[in-house]
Write a protein that binds this ligand. Sequence first.
Ligand SMILES: O=c1ccn([C@@H]2O[C@H](COP(=O)(O)OP(=O)(O)O[C@H]3O[C@@H](CO)[C@H](O)[C@H]3O)[C@@H](O)[C@H]2O)c(=O)[nH]1
Ligand SMILES: [Mn+2]
Length: 353
Amino acid sequence: MSALGNLPAPEDVDIVIPTIRNLDFLEQWRPFFERHKLIIVQDGDPSRVVKIPEGFNYELYNRNDIERILGKRAECISFKDSACRCFGFLVSKAKYVYTIDDDCFVAEDPQGNKINALDQHLRNISTPSTPFFFNTLYDPFAQGSDFVRGYPFSLREGVETVVSHGLWLNIPDYDAPTQLVKPAERNTRYVNAVMTVPKGSLFPMCGMNLTFNREVIGPAMYFGLMGHGQPLGRYDDMWAGWCTKVICDHLSLGVKTGLPYIWHSKASDPFTNLKKEYKGIFWQEEIIPFFQSVTLSDDCQTVCDCYLELAQKVRDELSDLDPYFTKLADAMGTWIEAWKELNPEAQGRYPQK
Ligand SMILES: O=c1ccn([C@@H]2O[C@H](COP(=O)(O)OP(=O)(O)O[C@H]3O[C@@H](CO)[C@H](O)[C@H]3O)[C@@H](O)[C@H]2O)c(=O)[nH]1
Ligand SMILES: [Mn+2]
């Protein structure tokens, strides 16, 4: 089946970029980005001037803006960590968000064509996902693909896709221990596939090259408390991905991963990364079984309801691991308060079925 959904209009897609750098990388993306609104979340020193190339339609928010807009609730938005990007999800009014890091450039496919990553994401998210039964020819809705023999016809309608997770050529998104033992490793493998993450399976969601339906799953895309004053870093996107996937499974919503690739240019310092992520490396051995065991009650009416129920379970079941998780559960609740105040129209509906 090659049903390619109608792609969203430019005004329906905002691009969220967290930054401690300048944004020269946008020059490479200009053909693909300039019809979209950029939401730039400037981290670190708010007095620093961020250089933004001419000709882009953007909103720029620094820490002073975050505190002005959220007041006391600003405490749920991380400082000095890329997790601050989720503030951009809060203030966007677009149906879809694409978030990308400022050291990610336009990649080329094996034929040497420049990859319009945003276009591929929108194709992914505009066609259904197949979480209940794995299609061995990958995404059946991609051009030139279909369901294979033996695939139940009763499952071929699929479900609404709300997350499209892209990958990276050159510097792969490795954790610090892997970076340390394989400092020279570069990802040169271009795998031409998009697939649905099956129901019941979690996955390590990277925030570097990610698109999602903000109106539906936005409330779950809280990039948890990291950075300044926190015992953890580089688990912001992972936390959001685990919460999102549990809620997507509960609501029969779809998550796809694979194409598009971007070219990730900067390897962050593995020693700094080790300091940020080391607690997460052993905590996640308890966190993952927690998320794998979570069941959400049927009376949750929206993603917000699901998220608040999940936050309570975090508070009840992970606080013995470390008091941090009580703080994180509280921050999850604050996030939803801020979301409801700024986005009353986007509570994350149940699928209309
Ligand atoms: O304190 C900070 C640090 C960075 N940023 C911005 O966030 C992204 C990612 O930063 P960077 O490319 O330096 O780090 P990576 O290790 O490559 O990032 C990967 O780890 C995840 C961290 O959670 C991230 O999602 C992955 O891409 C850049 O845009 C920096 O400018 C920041 O805002 N504040
Ligand atoms: Mn990077």
